[in-house]
Design a protein around this ligand. Structure first.
Ligand SMILES: C[S@@+](CC[C@H](N)C(=O)[O-])C[C@H]1O[C@@H](n2cnc3c(N)ncnc32)[C@H](O)[C@@H]1O
Length: 158
């Protein structure tokens, strides 16, 4: 597995915790522990090295997402998968638009197969952590927190 824009390496740790026994390589321009320094647009690997490339909360931030996807394709074996996860529909649309697709889908998205909604309390420390994952200054005005919010996971099953 190749994790592009792996950040602090949390997906690698999570994969191992869940029993992944194969190779798991993370790449990021600002690598955390165990992650290699590198950029999505010029991956430091030979052609046809990996079976899966992950772009989790990354593509929408890149100025040239199409170049990053082409690079991922180069280092993937035939029949391999690219998995893209974004923060939500707006981010997904931004990624889609950056790839030259219409910013607005031609027809409304179908109803999700199921939706999971989880109430969350976002503390100032959570907000600092989130900002750090974007390499942004971690100062946040504490008086805004805690924020009562909810996280939704929408799943479409084909
Ligand atoms: C929101 S964080 C997501 C990190 C991780 N994938 C996760 O889900 O926790 C976005 C990551 O993209 C990385 N990034 C920014 N530009 C990049 C590039 N050109 N190539 C690869 N990664 C990049 C940032 O350094 C940051 O770690």
């Amino acid at each position: 597995m190749l994790d592009v824009g792996a950040g602090d390496g949390r997906l690698r740790r999570e994969a191992w915790a869940r029993g992944h026994a194969g190779l798991f390589v993370g790449v990021d321009p600002h690598p955390g522990p165990g992650i290699l320094a590198g950029r999505a647009e010029a991956l430091p690997f030979h052609d046809a090295t990996f079976d899966l490339a992950l772009f989790v909360r990354v593509l929408a931030h890149l100025p040239r997402p199409e170049q990053a996807l082409a690079e991922a394709r180069r280092v993937l074996r035939r029949g391999a998968w690219i998995t893209v996860a974004e923060h939500g529909p707006a981010h997904l649309r931004a990624t889609w638009a950056a790839l030259g697709r219409p910013a607005t889908p031609p027809r409304p998205a179908p109803e999700p197969t199921f939706t999971i909604t989880v109430p969350v309390t976002v503390t100032a420390e959570d907000a600092r952590f989130l900002r750090r994952t974007y390499r942004e200054p971690a100062e946040v005005p504490s008086h805004f927190f805690p924020v009562l919010d909810e996280v939704q996971l929408l799943v479409w099953w084909r």
